[in-house]
Design a protein around this ligand. Structure first.
Ligand code: NAI
Length: 332
């Protein structure tokens, strides 16, 4: 079977080529995003493998179907960029990697939180210039603080457990509370109560129509003055313009984002010699209390190994007309 990969980076090839030795698929790697402009290149491929910023909408899916593609394999967990109804109506199977390393994302969330609250990013640069002054580096303890977690699935629950270990009070909101987390001391509250009470709020719910712009001027106003907000889930959860207003008014004390609503034009690319047209990200990066990483929370050796193994396993099982081992890997 021939598989056409989109949005490929050098590290994808390393992990997929290694694990493809057990399967022998004919893999062709493209570095471009999948979208209406490029979909015609899929001729002769029965499967496409896509990532978080590939645009797999109804228009793209109808061309994929017409050209004989039978499988869309996401090499990620989130699937907000795929029109599942369109895939279903064309009889295309869609699979993903539902759980590759929740700890990778949860630990990056903690890394961003600690960086912001102890200003280690500034300290790193400062001492390299032989400036050993502490002025401006005052932080705050996480011990004893209230951490609010929105979405306690695999990643959110890993983050909850880590923050419990820091000696924090952890409160959470989810449509489906997790009894194991409750017995571990995590308190579930309505969303508004979580936003009201938390010193730090971390988003771990998926992006869908119900969660789009979950964080907006109304919900930001419910948060404590000086709150720290972290988003390692999907950019569309935050109305970025409203977050910028809250930063300018000093209501939002710190913001850490690994995802950004316009990220597909920026992230995963070296734009160091380019003029960035996106004024919103430039404004965000100009704040001293904002930390941006470019969708790297998943990026560990363990996670990339699992992503390659599970993606190839999913495609192999679907090729044989069987279901993958993890039933929640199948979306359609
Ligand atoms: P999951 O499916 O295990 O958990 C999501 C949780 O959110 C579930 O418990 C669900 O009940 C809850 N939820 C759904 N709608 C909600 C709502 N309206 N309000 C509150 N909670 C709601 O997903 P997992 O694996 O924990 O991943 C979470 C998200 O993290 C993914 O959807 C993906 O967008 C993002 N992600 C980001 C990565 C990165 O590198 N930055 C890597 C992997 C995932």
């Amino acid at each position: 079977m021939k598989i056409l990969f989109f949005s490929t980076k050098p590290y994808d090839k390393v992990f997929f080529d290694t694990h493809n030795q057990s399967y022998g698929f004919e893999i062709e790697y493209l570095d471009t995003h999948l979208g209406p402009h490029i979909v015609n290149v899929v001729d002769g491929h029965e499967a496409v493998c896509v990532f978080v910023n590939d645009k797999v909408n109804a228009e793209v899916i109808s061309v994929l179907a017409a050209k004989g593609v039978r499988i869309i394999a996401l090499r990620c967990a989130g699937f907000n960029n795929v029109d599942l109804e369109a895939a279903r109506s064309h009889g295309i199977r869609v699979c993903r990697v539902p759980e590759y390393s929740p700890e990778a994302v949860a630990e990056h969330t903690v890394a961003m939180l600690l960086t912001l609250v102890r200003k280690t990013h500034k300290a790193y640069n400062r001492v390299r210039e032989q400036n050993f002054s502490l002025n401006g580096l005052l932080g705050f303890n996480l011990y004893g603080k209230t951490i609010g977690v929105v979405g306690t699935g695999k990643i959110g629950s890993a983050f909850c457990r880590i923050m419990k270990g820091f000696g924090c009070r952890v409160i959470a909101y989810d449509l489906l509370p997790d009894v194991q987390l409750q017995s571990a001391g995590i308190e579930y509250l309505p969303l508004e109560a979580v936003l009201n009470a938390a010193d730090v709020i971390s988003l771990h719910c998926p992006l869908n129509p119900a969660t789009h712009y979950l964080i907006n001027d109304r919900t930001l106003a419910m948060m404590k003055p000086g709150v720290t907000l972290i988003n390692t889930s999907r950019g569309g959860l935050i109305n970025t313009a409203h977050a910028i207003d809250a930063l300018k008014s000093r209501h939002l004390g710190n913001l850490a984002i690994d995802v950004y609503e316009q990220e597909e034009k920026l992230f995963f690319k070296d734009l160091s010699e380019s003029i960035i047209e996106d004024d919103t990200i430039q404004r965000l990066m100009s704040f001293p209390n904002v930390l941006v990483t470019a969708h790297q929370a998943f990026f560990t050796n363990e996670a990339l190994t699992k992503i390659a193994q599970v993606t190839l396993h999913n495609i192999d099982r679907l090729r044989q007309g069987e279901e993958p081992a993890q039933s929640n890997a199948i979306l359609v």
